[in-house]
Ligand binder design. Structure first.
Ligand code: HSE
Length: 440
């Protein structure tokens, strides 16, 4: 088949859908010049039909409330799913694939949960299922891992992939305000969701990590298999002590290839050296650092959300799918997901990781307390790198902040359990892992 014009149907006309329609309608000639494909927006599905939108002039009869006018429409070649959620989107994508349509989606939650099934289906029907916009918005990290780095063994990957968390942490760092205050301001300004749980608890970042790991390690892992911790417990004290020690706190999604064919996967607040590029990724921006055996360290930076950056990624996927339609070749399908449940690597349990730690103990300020804590850490083969105590003598409790050398997580947990039996240790200990490998 050699079609001159490729027809696109869009499910969902919210923020990203509007951005996609703007690019497809307003940059049609540019896209044709750049990529050699001519795209036409045939149908857009919106549950309740909206009034006209500024900057978008849709063709007559383009808007509909009925998704079958897209997924069952014989004239439509490419279906773009931008409705989100994991139920209706799954049904509609499956139906579009069964109807032989190429699919583009920005839906990380759906792919993180049902990716194996959907890619299997796409493979069966020889259509593509493209998902660049699902992770880090406008940053082309999916294509980079799938294509540009295909000749690399990925040693490790570190992502600031949640803009809401990065915005909150940056404000806490720069303006010295508390988590709850920044979150409220972010919600008032429309940066953070009314229910920010998925973002601030690290789930959104974890869903994106699942996709990155699938591509980097041909491994199909689920949310329940790895450690996820959000930023809700980060206080001004942690931000300020970290700063004093030469670090900045970032929520990182981390993947590392270990020995025995296992991969470390985790999402948690992390101390990164303040001079590193990652430490200086501020506000709602995203960045993904990938270290490959051939390419070495690389860093990709840009806007991870928002109307036009996300639309930019969706349009790139549409163009890729359109080329497949036009050339009549079977689609470029992500091989990683085709492995289904037969992952090539296993996930290491968090207890097995080895890393450096920031610890803040809340203790009674009297002779011998530091020695007792140091002895227990030593007994568990945890070596202390530095200690600071800033609170003035005479207070009921003080903060004792330590940085350790690299230690095994299992030992750290056991040591902390023992330390908490000491009468002089008064409150919960704050533990934040440190990453030095991102120091470039
Ligand atoms: N909620 C996400 C963020 C954007 O804050 O980065 C969508 O992936």
């Amino acid at each position: 088949m050699n079609k001159s014009c490729i027809n696109v149907g869009i499910l969902g006309w919210g923020t990203v859908g509007t951005g996609v329609s703007k690019i497809l309608l307003n940059q049609n000639a540019l896209i044709a010049k750049n990529s050699g494909v001519e795209l036409s927006v045939k149908k857009i599905v919106k549950r309740t039909l909206p009034a006209a939108r500024e900057g978008v002039e849709l063709p007559v009869d383009c808007l509909t409330t009925d998704p079958t006018e897209v997924v069952d429409n014989p004239d439509i070649d490419i279906v773009v799913e931008l409705i989100g959620g994991t139920s209706e989107s799954r049904t509609l994508i499956s139906r579009a694939i069964r109807n032989g349509k190429h699919v583009v989606t920005a839906n990380k939650a759906l792919l993180a949960e049902h990716g194996a099934e959907l890619f299997q289906l796409a493979s069966e029907y020889r259509v593509s299922l493209n998902f660049e916009a699902s992770t880090a918005g406008g940053i082309p990290i999916i294509k980079t891992l799938q294509e540009s780095f295909a000749g690399n063994q990925i040693h490790s990957l570190y992502g600031i992939v949640n803009g809401t968390c990065n915005y909150i942490l940056t404000e806490m760092h720069d303006r010295r305000v508390d988590f709850s205050e920044v979150l409220k301001a972010a919600q008032d300004m429309g940066y953070a969701e009314a229910d920010p749980t998925l973002d601030v608890e690290g789930i959104d970042a974890a869903q994106k990590l699942i996709l990155l790991i699938a591509l980097a390690y041909r491994s199909n892992i689920s949310l329940s298999q790895f450690y996820v911790e959000g930023i809700t417990e980060i206080t001004q004290k942690e931000i300020q002590y970290a700063r004093e020690l030469g670090y900045v706190i970032k929520l990182l999604a981390i993947a590392k290839l270990g020995t025995d064919n296992r991969v470390e996967a985790r999402v948690h607040p992390t101390l990164v050296p303040e001079r590193s590029l990652l430490a200086n990724v501020g506000g709602a921006f995203n960045a993904v650092c990938v270290i490959g055996d051939a390419v070495g360290p690389t860093l990709f930076y840009g806007q991870g959300a928002g109307e036009m950056p996300t639309a930019s990624a969706v349009v790139a996927d549409i163009i890729d799918a359109a080329k497949s339609v036009q050339q009549g070749v079977s689609a470029s399908i992500s091989r990683a997901w085709l492995a289904g449940s037969q992952s090539e690597v296993d996930v290491s349990p968090i207890d097995d990781i080895e890393t450096r730690y920031y610890l803040r103990f809340v203790v009674a300020d009297r002779p011998g307390v530091l020695a007792m804590i140091g002895t227990i850490l030593g007994n568990w083969e945890i070596s202390v790198a530095s200690v600071i105590q800033k609170d003035p003598h005479g207070m009921e409790t003080v903060s004792l902040v330590m940085l350790t050398h690299s230690a095994r997580e299992k030992n750290m947990k056991a040591a902390l359990a023992e330390i908490h039996t000491l009468e002089a240790v008064k409150g919960e200990t704050k533990l934040i892992r440190i990453e030095e490998e991102v120091d470039f």
